[in-house]
Design a protein around this ligand. Structure first.
Ligand code: AMP
Length: 455
């Protein structure tokens, strides 16, 4: 009988060889595999697993997916590989691959990802978007690029100025098509598409498929591979969601005491308006809590600067409005805090999806005053989930909590277990009285002043 030597002899490990990686099966070229290893990606995400082989073969693709699924690498890796292999020079004013995306933030993020994944290759890429001077963009386009990432308005503007041509596009990507529709960009997108050769490889990504987008896919794609990856609700599953009932006038104090919790390593705070976002930053800075705001009234360079500081950990707190946050792709956001609840459940799902990205877990804390109970109810109906109450803080309003309980028929349980939140009173537990008339009750008030003073 043969003995199973494999069980007795440890396998010989050749340390000069890279350790096996789930990406090995995708037939990616070595410079890409190395870049992916550098990023410490061990396995392709479902969309990468499904899309990459078809895209490498040159097929068109219709991807029903949103940010957070690994969508960018799913199209970026095959683009890099195909451009490297076909090795056609772009020539002056030429563009070999065009990626259209609706917002400047997304454009910058895609361009950064291309830099990362393409770091061991010699392909040239550039990004163009509106709201900044065009000179640098024009200069880069005149030289010709392998990959151009762009928002539609500025792209069309530069096209009309004859800064580049689209005759040589081999691969075309339309990213976030449904958002293009929402933002009124479809006419521009169609104009741009009409300049591109019908023989180029095309991909279209969209989180939802309204009728207009379905029509677009028919004119843009030839016999596409269709891939649909997990809808947002599955991302939401990994997020620990809590609601904190608080009188409106106490929100500010509650937020400050929450941010004293060191386990909140990187927090994205949502406000409903630009003005509201600025006010939050101002109030936090009074308590020496450094925060930046990102919204439509900020210049593009201020937005990029704020996002960079947040990404690199120089600033721990970023305050955003819904529009500005679209597509924020920052790893390691431990907490999303809804200073105000959004009036649309989709925005809630989108907001909290900024945490718990790429397999991590995360926490979403929503401050809810009396006027927002209706929003909470709609969110819970849409997500089919009751959000647990975090009552263990000195600003908890039992009166709001009880109204919420009634509107749901049965009163949902508060979270009674001990938590490590900074805003839990020192002697804590659940025996402390709730805030009343906008002020914490005696005893707690002293504690809260002490905490504020420490911050
Ligand atoms: P995206 O959906 O493209 O916005 O990607 C979301 C996040 O997932 C980004 O921070 C990527 O760096 C990360 N990511 C993409 N692919 C992988 C992977 N295979 N393993 C781990 N993280 C990934």
């Amino acid at each position: 009988m043969q003995t199973n030597t494999a069980l007795q002899t440890p396998p010989i490990v050749d340390e000069t060889q890279p350790t096996p990686n789930g990406f090995d099966a995708l037939n990616l070229i070595d410079p890409i595999c190395r870049a992916v290893r550098d990023e410490e990606y061990t396995n392709p995400t479902p969309i990468q697993m499904q899309a990459v082989p078809h895209l490498l073969e040159g097929r068109d693709l219709l991807g029903c997916a949103q940010t957070g699924t690994g969508k960018t690498a799913a199209f970026a890796l095959p683009i890099l590989q195909r451009l490297q292999e076909s090795n056609q020079p772009a020539g002056p004013k030429g563009v070999r691959s065009l990626i259209l995306t609706p917002t400047r933030e997304l454009a910058v993020q895609i361009s950064e990802s291309l830099d990362v994944y393409g770091r061991y290759m010699n392909l040239k890429q550039t990004v163009v978007y509106g709201g900044v001077r065009q000179e640098k963009q024009v200069k880069a386009l005149r030289r010709g690029v392998d990959i151009l990432v762009a928002t539609p308005g500025r792209l069309l503007d530069l096209y009309n100025q004859k800064c580049f041509h689209l005759d040589k596009v081999e691969i075309f990507v339309l990213d976030e098509a449904d958002r293009m529709l929402d933002m009124g960009f479809l006419p521009d997108v169609k104009k741009i598409h009409s300049k591109i050769s019908k023989n180029s490889q095309a991909m279209l990504f969209s989180a939802t498929m309204p009728k207009e987008i379905q029509h677009l896919t028919q004119s843009f794609l030839k016999d596409p591979v269709k891939i649909e990856v997990a809808p947002p609700s599955t991302t939401v599953e990994k997020i620990d969601q809590r609601v904190l009932f608080v009188d409106r006038e106490n929100k500010n104090a509650l937020l400050k005491s929450m941010l004293e919790d060191a386990t909140i390593e990187r927090a994205l705070i949502f406000a409903r308006t630009k003005h509201g976002a600025n006010k939050i930053v101002k109030n936090l800075s009074k308590s020496k809590i450094k925060a930046d705001a990102i919204h439509g009234n900020k210049s593009q360079s201020a937005r990029i600067d704020a996002l960079n500081k947040f990404k690199t950990g120089k600033v721990r707190v970023l305050v955003a409005t819904d529009i500005a946050s679209r597509g924020i792709d920052v790893d390691g956001i431990t907490h999303v805090i809804n200073y105000e609840l959004p009036n649309e459940p989709e925005s809630y799902v989108h907001r909290i999806g900024r945490t718990a990205r790429a397999g991590a877990t995360g926490m979403a804390l929503s401050l809810c005053d009396l006027g927002e109970l209706g929003y909470l109810k709609r969110i819970e109906q849409a997500t089919n989930k009751t959000v647990a109450v975090e009552a263990d803080h000195i600003y908890h309003s039992e009166s709001i909590a009880s109204k919420r309980g009634r509107s749901f028929g049965s009163k949902p349980k508060s979270t009674q277990r001990k938590r490590n939140f900074g805003y839990r009173p020192a002697s804590g537990k659940n025996s402390r009285p709730a805030a009343r008339n906008g002020r914490p009750q005696r005893g707690n008030a002293q504690r809260s002043r002490r905490t504020a003073g420490n911050s």
